[in-house]
Design a protein around this ligand. Sequence first.
Ligand SMILES: Cc1cc2nc3c(=O)[nH]c(=O)nc-3n(C[C@H](O)[C@H](O)[C@H](O)COP(=O)(O)OP(=O)(O)OC[C@H]3O[C@@H](n4cnc5c(N)ncnc54)[C@H](O)[C@@H]3O)c2cc1C
Length: 475
Amino acid sequence: MSAANSLCDNVRRGGENGATNVEIVMVDQKNYQLYTPFLFQSATGLVDPDHIAQPVRPKARKKGFDFVEAKVKSIDLPSKSVFTTAGKIAYDYLIIALGSVKDDAKMHGAEKNSIPLKTLEDSEQIHNRIIYSFEKASLLEHDNPERSVLLTFVVIGGTTGVELAGSIYDYINLIAKDYPQIDVHSEAKVMVIEAHDRLFPEGDKSLSDDVKQTMEKRGIEIRVNTKVMSIEPSMVKIQDGSSIQSANIFWNAGIKANPVADTIPDSVASKHRGRIVVDDHLRVPNFQEVYVIGDVSAALASPEPRVSSREVAKSPDAAKHQVDHKSSGEKKSVSAHRGRYAPPTAEAAVEEGSYVGRDLALRLYNNSENEVDATKSAKPFRFKEKGVMLSIGRHNGLVKFTHSTFKGYLGWLIWRLVHVALVSTMQDKISVIFDWTFGSFRKRNISQFAVPGEAIENIVGSNSSGRETLVEQEN
Ligand SMILES: Cc1cc2nc3c(=O)[nH]c(=O)nc-3n(C[C@H](O)[C@H](O)[C@H](O)COP(=O)(O)OP(=O)(O)OC[C@H]3O[C@@H](n4cnc5c(N)ncnc54)[C@H](O)[C@@H]3O)c2cc1C
């Protein structure tokens, strides 16, 4: 979306010198754009799901691009074709922004026995699961061991996991008064499990320790250096042989580049862990009419990645990447740098999108034939991370910019201000502020809109005594 917006704005800004006969088409399998940083708040009833899903069509009408709702099946760069469920689309220029998908293969049992947080549907499932567990637990006798399984909430991994756990903790404490049969303080448990020694694997250890302490003080159990081996029905198995029983397992530790990228052979475009490697202008080295941005792109960040000689020997693509950088006039080869690729974050995706809009519009100026003009382009792109932001529960946040860190209430306030500024429409900004404001006064939603499905029935069924009790009581 940010690429389409930027392209429309920049093409229009070109005025008489600008490209005149440009047709911009956005293809997406969904007709809305999701503001993911608020997904955990939607899972816990603080923000209305409608307010974080912005429909594409009004934007398309306003900016002047077309929209096609279709699923991309494959992309063929040599023939300049995108194959979709709505048919083949031929292009002169292509911007690939397919994002990432959850990677269940990384964890045995994750797909069947846990819920991720990646889509709006996932957030609704999490919401329903929490309520389902409360409803079922409230029916059981206090000495029934099933109660503690239903009232244990385990979030595995990731920065988003930390935010989700903080939000679940607030939520279950807020809804507690509607479940007088349950004593949330003594019976419910929220925990975060992280394999690394810190909560944000790429972040500062002292900041991570700070967040850990704050969350523990609030009553959330944090287990770092804890590697999950598998997720079984109603159970997380840990490497040290122990296990945790829970009917509410939320797995946030695995994403991978959208597999549609695999339909482009490595011989055509090189990949780094499934992400398409791009040059300084976010273009595919041998296909200068093709840009790749966001989670599916391996774009250089400052400082740049170090490619080891072993990696170069193993993959001629890595060597090619090195050569591409040299040929673009840079003195240093990639292998000489310490650093990394741009992280899979919205911040990087949005910056890359607006860069690509500028770069492509520049190339189209004075070029009515729409041919590639290599002499015109924006300055090389380098992603520079501005900081880390997270909300860890009611009035508690952490914001770290390059030279300053804000914690607690101030961190929480800045988190809210920055994120609401990033929501794309004024209507949704106002709606989210409204949700937050009235969230402090009104009761959180505890309606369960869908039965969580077979999985939860199996989970409950896996503990024999509890199953009998539930069946008896349901009858
Ligand atoms: C719960 C959660 C919280 C997050 N919080 C933050 C945060 O606080 N800060 C931050 O910077 N980042 C955050 N992120 C990461 C951020 O959402 C992503 O990095 C960002 O959305 C990537 O943008 P993208 O354009 O590459 O992909 P996406 O935003 O995922 O967009 C990809 C688009 O491609 C479409 N698509 C996918 N496959 C197909 C197909 N085959 N055919 C047609 N269309 C297709 C999708 O429908 C989607 O609209 C969070 C992510 C999650 C899941």
